[in-house]
Design a protein around this ligand. Structure first.
Ligand SMILES: [Zn+2]
Length: 258
């Protein structure tokens, strides 16, 4: 399977997933149609599905126009997003298997917190997961419709996937996330090394996507809440105690005003 990152809007990514066996494809989060349709044409593939991680406009904004081209495409989002995702015709829940033919097989991971209906698309055979605005590279989404408990559980589930799983998220926020992480955990050399590597990628015009679960465990302070240095930093910023959720909540509030 090929994964093509498609830059959209200011800092969004849509992803075109192409089955090498069937030349069929699905697109994850087409926030705008034009770059997505162009990429489909360039690769000469048949689009069979739109997979939406959540209802925000900068993830579903291109649904309608893409559907005008391929009205038969399946539009998949969480069952609780009914009425919020343009063109949605498949309503999935946690653990459900999605079969779009050939290599386009995914498992739904329900991960509320950023929104109440947020999901990730996990493709075990491809060792890839598409996390929308839940898990970012060295960060996480804001809590618009969920609690710290929910988001922390969602991030824990995603970073418990096999260490070599490649992660593709919704926004290119990696460098600013790493700048914040370096303030929270200044002695973590892996954060500094990752920031240098990502800076080189960005300087070359490359996306930082396709990072690994193992890197998140090492550099994502939002899941490193059991580290003494992270707990101390969170305490200094108002965490009520050292429990994982309290530390997470304090870090998230801090990042919101960072
Ligand atoms: Zn969002």
């Amino acid at each position: 399977m090929q994964i093509v990152s498609i830059p959209c809007r200011a800092d969004n990514y849509a992803y075109l997933l192409i089955c090498d066996k069937t030349q069929r494809a699905v697109v994850v989060d087409p926030s705008e149609a034009e770059p997505v349709l162009k990429t489909i044409d360039t690769h000469g593939v048949k689009l069979v599905g739109i997979w939406n991680t959540h209802h925000h406009y900068d993830h579903v904004g291109g649904n309608k126009e893409v559907l005008e081209r391929v009205p038969e495409a399946q539009v998949i989002a969480h069952e609780s997003d009914r009425g919020r995702v343009p063109g949605q015709n498949v309503f999935v829940s946690d653990g459900e298997h999605i079969d779009a033919g050939g290599e386009l097989q995914a498992q739904v991971i329900f991960n509320p917190g950023h929104t109440s209906g947020a999901i990730s698309f996990y493709m075990p055979a491809q060792q890839a997961v598409f996390t929308g605005d839940t898990l970012f590279a060295s960060g996480c989404g804001r809590l618009f419709e969920g609690t710290p408990q929910q988001m922390f559980a969602s991030l824990t589930a995603l970073t418990s996937l096999p260490a070599d799983t490649r992660i593709y998220c919704g926004h290119e926020y990696t460098l600013s996330n790493l700048r914040f992480a370096a303030v929270v955990e200044p002695k973590n050399t892996e954060i500094q090394e990752r920031a240098q590597a990502v800076q080189a990628l960005r300087d070359a015009g490359e996306p930082s996507m396709g990072f690994r679960v193992a890197e998140e465990r090492a550099t994502n302070i939002f899941v490193r809440v059991g580290e003494p240095g992270v707990m101390a930093a969170a305490r200094a910023e108002g965490a009520e105690d050292d429990s994982p959720v309290a530390v997470f909540a304090a870090l998230r509030r801090w990042k919101d005003r960072f």
